[in-house]
Design a protein around this ligand. Structure first.
Ligand SMILES: [Zn+2]
Length: 387
């Protein structure tokens, strides 16, 4: 999944009337129900239910053609990942599909905006990171994306210069001390090649995090020589055999990445909770978090995995509320109720280019004590959004 594609989805506008169909489909072929194109039947069943729920409802105009487009696509679709997401907007003919490397729960929604929470959660949990495996003479570069690993580079880096060290000739007579020094220089030369490769890797793949693996001495040397911009991305180190199979590498680095994700979650949640208590640039609790979203003040929204709450949405300006009021405080329009306001909060935050962090474990325990949801705020406040 390319970041640019995801950003384009997050940036899609809210429509004035229902025109957006979102489909999440579990296509995992290790599930018996999905075999023999079972996922296609699943979509048909969901489509029927959805069509029925909008029968004789003016908000259902455009639903039938949107469902046709989704069903057409799925009828010719060969599963590649574990899940499939489809986004269709009848207002401008938009169509996008995303292969998902995680098992998506089946759902369809016909609405004024895209259903993005499942996608955003998965992206947060499965952040892209690079893996550098290195020893004195060899370099391997791998990328873990959406929980899947890919090897992009695997080569000897000893080249001609190492042969030069080993060659006979004038050096023959040199002291072993001198030879050792030359060997040290050689290692440093190789490391410079490694650094060059790693820099190119960063430029091409843009991983936000990096794990170093291989021979501990070489890893330590490399770490000292890496530019600060790359060094600051390192989230862990591990000893690893250069010949390790690709899937074996994944099983070693995955726990490191997961542990890092958990530890940063605790740090960030604690920061938000304490800052909010000081009345600083953060808020906690559903009401305050929604208010911050409505006025476009959220820099990062965080909530506990599984946290849901009913709420209300303005029928005109889409502002979100945890408690019902006779009319929208922003535009005076009528409100309608939603079964899960948290999901909308996530989508609104994404559209307003805020970051979204879903936390679990210890971080969720801390956040739940403060209302299950919170946000760190932007420095400068913009006026509330009114349409
Ligand atoms: Zn309103």
């Amino acid at each position: 999944m390319k970041q640019a594609e995801v950003d384009a989805l997050f940036a899609r506008p809210t429509r004035r009337r229902n025109s957006v169909l979102s489909v999440y489909l579990n296509v995992d072929q290790s599930h018996r129900i999905n075999l023999n194109r079972g996922f296609e039947r699943q979509l048909k069943e969901m489509s029927t239910t959805l069509r029925r729920s909008f029968k004789e409802d003016p908000a259902g105009a455009g639903l039938a053609p949107a469902l046709h487009r989704a069903e057409d696509f799925v009828s010719a679709y060969t599963p590649q990942g574990r899940g499939l997401a489809l986004f269709i907007d009848e207002a401008d003919g938009f169509f996008a599909h995303q292969e998902l490397a995680f098992p998506a729960a089946n759902q369809v929604r016909w609405d004024r905006e895209l259903l993005l929470q499942p996608l955003a959660n998965a992206l947060d949990e499965l952040e892209t990171y690079g893996v550098v495996v290195v020893d004195r003479t060899k370099l391997r570069l791998l990328l873990v994306q959406q929980g899947e690993i890919e090897e992009l580079f695997n080569e000897e880096i000893s080249g001609k210069r190492v042969r030069h060290v080993k060659s006979t000739g004038p050096e023959h007579a040199e002291s072993s001390n001198h030879n050792e020094r030359r060997a040290d220089n050689q290692i440093r030369e190789n490391l410079r090649d490694v650094i060059q490769r790693v820099k190119e890797f960063f430029k091409e793949q843009e991983p936000r995090r990096l794990i170093l693996a291989g021979t501990p001495e070489t890893v330590a040397e490399l770490r000292k020589m890496l530019p600060a911009s790359i060094e600051s991305r390192i989230i862990g180190e591990t000893r690893l055999a250069m010949s390790a199979p690709v899937e074996g590498i994944l099983s070693v680095v995955q726990p490191i990445a997961a542990a890092y994700e958990r530890s940063t979650e605790i740090e960030r949640v604690t920061e938000v909770v304490t800052t909010a208590a000081r009345k600083g640039k953060a808020v906690v609790g559903l009401g305050q978090a929604l208010q911050a979203i409505n006025s476009d003040r959220v820099w990062e929204l965080m909530y506990s995995a599984g946290f849901q709450a009913p709420g209300f949405k303005c029928s005109e300006c889409s502002a979100l509320f945890s408690a019902e009021t006779p009319e929208c405080v922003y535009c005076g329009s009528t409100m309608h109720s939603l079964s899960d306001i948290v999901e909308r909060a996530v989508e609104h935050a994404l559209r307003k280019e805020a970051k979204v962090e879903v936390v679990s474990g210890e971080a969720a325990t801390v956040l739940n004590a403060a209302g299950g949801i919170g946000a760190s705020l932007r420095r400068r406040t913009k006026p509330p959004v009114t349409v």
